[in-house]
Design a protein around this ligand. Structure first.
Ligand SMILES: Nc1ncnc2c1ncn2[C@@H]1O[C@H](COP(=O)(O)OP(=O)(O)OP(=O)(O)O)[C@@H](O)[C@H]1O
Ligand SMILES: [Mg+2]
Length: 227
């Protein structure tokens, strides 16, 4: 949805960056400039991971189809409100339509005060929304399996779409599942679907049928009803 903000939350390695890059690549196909802010500390590793998925970020940047900015949360915040700053210049030069923040979790080191931190996060989401771009914010969740603590998190309330990527233990196997918890203004797919990661990104497959307990990270297959 054009101009909307999406939060993708998931634990380490679930495919958050992959899904965000997929969104940027779809934009490239449609002739829309994409801007990626990453607060990861190893640019080489970031480019290599994208390369494994079949995306040459350096080449796309040289062709001015995308722009990848490695920065710190402090610098990003300084730039966000500066009409003469780097971000404003990139937006003006390329007419950016899609933006990714990988990840918003890095802002947590800016403040130990939870109230202050929530207001920083709200400012970021609102600041990006104000620019009218379609945005994806990534958020790390420390819980790999088991119950998730998402209650102290304000961002889900201010974004338009909220997607969770989760590991699921089922029959001695770790599966990955995607659920759309919220999509403003539309009756979205409520199914919990399995996905795989491959060249080209996330391939979303079938929904889990007859399985309960997915929200707890452990899927239990319901027994077939007795005849
Ligand atoms: N070509 C590929 N084929 C299959 N799996 C792949 C491929 N490329 C990457 N992966 C897998 O995708 C997963 C990583 O996805 P990604 O980096 O998007 O996760 P993430 O949620 O952003 O992780 P982090 O929290 O560490 O940033 C890894 O488990 C990796 O093994
Ligand atoms: Mg990542």
């Amino acid at each position: 949805m054009e101009g909307s903000a999406t939060l993708i939350e998931g634990s380490a390695g679930t495919g958050k960056t992959t899904l965000a890059l997929q969104f940027i690549m779809q934009g490239v196909k449609e002739g829309e400039h994409g801007l990626i802010f990453t607060f990861e500390q190893f640019p080489e590793q970031y480019y290599d991971c994208a390369g494994e998925l079949g995306w040459d970020l350096r080449a796309l940047q040289a062709e001015k189809k995308i722009h990848v900015v490695f920065t710190t949360p402090e610098d990003f915040l300084d730039e966000l409100d500066d009409p003469e700053g780097k971000i404003a210049k990139i937006l003006a030069e390329f007419g950016t339509k899609r933006i990714v923040l990988d990840s918003i979790t890095h802002f947590e080191k800016l403040s130990k005060d939870i109230g202050h931190l929530r207001s920083i996060e709200t400012d970021i989401v609102n600041g990006v929304k104000r620019e009218g771009m379609t945005a994806i914010f990534l958020k790390e969740n420390a819980n790999v399996l088991g119950k998730w603590d998402v209650s102290s998190n304000k961002i889900p309330f201010i974004v338009d779409t909220y997607i969770l990527l989760r590991y699921l233990e089922m029959e001695s196997e770790i599966k990955r599942c995607l659920m759309v918890l919220k999509m403003r203004g539309s009756d979205h797919d409520k199914d919990i679907r399995e996905y795989k990661i491959d060249q080209g990104g996330l391939q979303v497959g079938e929904k889990f049928t007859g399985v309960s307990g997915i929200f707890l990270g452990t899927g239990i297959q319901a027994r077939p009803a007795r005849k």
